[in-house]
Write a protein that binds this ligand. Structure first.
Ligand code: PHE
Length: 452
């Protein structure tokens, strides 16, 4: 049996919960990861599959996570243990905690880059007037052994500090105010970017699919894992956040709000980044450096570019912090309950371990770039691959099957606030059949065993 702690922390309001869930979802995933994965996977065809994955797989699983968390009022492992004692579903919980460690390790590295860029702009900006200068600048910085570690440390210290303070004061307060600001700035920058010469090319790259791209098995897995990553799905971040929600809040509206805002963010980020990619002759498949190479070009072409650069990287760092907080909270909530650690102790110990795990990810892009782990990938990409391509979709599949087949239908209707309605029934069938089969097909297809 799982012992229930007497006074579980709670969100201050429904809006606070929604913004925290949105803060978890919106992060480097929407801007940094989305743009480079879309760039590598050919643009529009990828975007189409990504949106399909969000609607048919992501949204039902998002609802499932909220439902599980609020019903159980426990961390990700405890939720499965208390709702289905002695059953194997809890594997998803352990995979979730493992994913929190792995994702935050490499996420912290990229978030550190964003912090560094912010401070660069504070102190006057980047001199990228010469052709290729912004790419060189990024490469020199992120491949150097020590410098990026300093910023990764600064990021991890901030995230740890917020989790240390607690759910309401730390997590909720920081989200309420930063997320709306980021939305406004991304819109303004996208508006500016659309006036650049490359805008037409960017629009066709993003919205007119080259159908032959659909024969490439790799884009399905890339799009599905991006959907999971971007929605913070499949590892219990939203189970954990749902567990701080009181019984009186309605879930389906919150789920739809989070999923649609999150996707919108990614699309607008695409409109911000790709016009610059084509205007400044940067290869769309430049990899994880894409935003760090393109955005300085945009800023240097704008009057007041330094101010925009400073604000943008501040808000991107803030978005990364709110996502990082949700990742750390998954592990902290579990260790607090399992080992009866205080929140402070758990945050400190786990935050430190994750910082250490991130060091090889950072070095793997520079001095250790010869080391390859999974399928020729460097350490950074291998961590991303293991967590985002394998653990998140697999965890999501287990979560879907858990509610779909492991719960009584009536319980699922009640706990989700759907009731026995048409939408409720559609949701159950998406969880029972469509989402798990979809995930399975993408897995099988992308291995290349099966082609059509
Ligand atoms: N969704 C976050 C982003 O887009 C990353 C994340 C993944 C957060 C998984 C929590 C869990 O940046």
């Amino acid at each position: 049996m799982v012992s229930q702690q007497p006074a579980r922390e709670q969100w201050g309001s429904r809006l606070g919960f929604m913004l925290a869930a949105l803060g978890s979802a919106v992060g480097l995933g929407n801007i940094w990861r989305f743009s480079y994965v879309a760039g590598e996977s050919g643009g529009a065809a990828f975007l189409l599959i990504y949106i399909l994955c969000i609607i048919a797989i992501g949204l039902p699983i998002l609802m499932a996570e909220f439902t599980i968390g609020r019903r159980a009022q426990l961390d990700v492992v405890g939720s499965f243990q208390s709702l289905a004692p002695g059953k194997p579903w809890v594997i998803a919980g352990f995979m979730g905690v493992a994913s929190a460690f792995i994702i935050l390790a490499f996420y912290g590295v990229a978030a550190g880059w964003s912090l560094f860029y912010f401070f660069q702009y504070v102190f006057g900006g980047l001199n990228v007037a010469a052709e290729g200068a912004s790419a060189d600048f990024f490469v020199n910085f992120h491949t150097s052994p020590i410098h990026p570690l300093f910023w990764q440390f600064a990021f991890m210290a901030t995230v740890t500090g917020i989790v240390f303070v607690g759910v309401k004061k730390g997590i909720e307060a920081s989200n309420k105010f930063l997320m709306p600001l980021l939305a406004i700035l991304v819109l303004v920058l996208a508006g500016y970017s659309m006036t650049l010469n490359g805008a037409g090319e960017a629009l066709s790259f993003l919205f007119s699919p080259d159908w032959s791209a659909l024969t490439d098995p790799a884009i399905y897995l890339a799009a599905m894992s991006q959907a999971f990553f971007s929605l913070s799905l499949g590892m219990g971040a939203l189970i954990t956040y749902g567990s701080y929600l009181s019984k009186k809040e309605k879930l389906p509206g919150a789920a739809v709000g989070v999923a649609s805002m999150d996707s919108l963010f990614a699309i607008v980020a695409g409109l911000m980044i790709f016009p610059a990619v084509f205007t400044f002759g940067i290869a769309p498949d430049s990899g994880p450096g894409l935003v760090f190479i393109t955005l300085p070009e945009i800023f240097s072409s704008m009057s007041l570019g330094t101010v925009y650069g400073l604000t943008f990287f501040f808000l991107l760092s803030a978005a990364a912090i709110t996502s990082g907080v949700s990742l750390l909270e998954v592990a902290v909530a579990y260790f607090m309950r399992q080992f009866e650690w205080s929140r402070q102790k758990a945050a400190f110990i786990i935050g430190s371990i994750i910082f250490l795990l991130g060091i090889p990810a950072s070095l793997g892009l520079g001095v250790w770039s010869d080391i390859t782990l999974i399928g020729g990938r460097d350490i950074f990409d291998s961590m991303d691959f293991l967590a985002s391509y394998i653990f998140l979709p697999l965890g999501g599949m287990i979560i879907a099957l858990f509610i779909g087949w492991g719960w009584k239908k009536a319980d699922a209707f009640e706990a989700s606030d759907f009731g026995d309605t048409l939408l409720g029934n559609i949701w159950i069938w998406l969880l029972r059949v469509f989402a798990p089969v979809g995930i399975l097909l993408v897995f099988i297809y992308s291995t290349g065993i099966w082609t059509f």
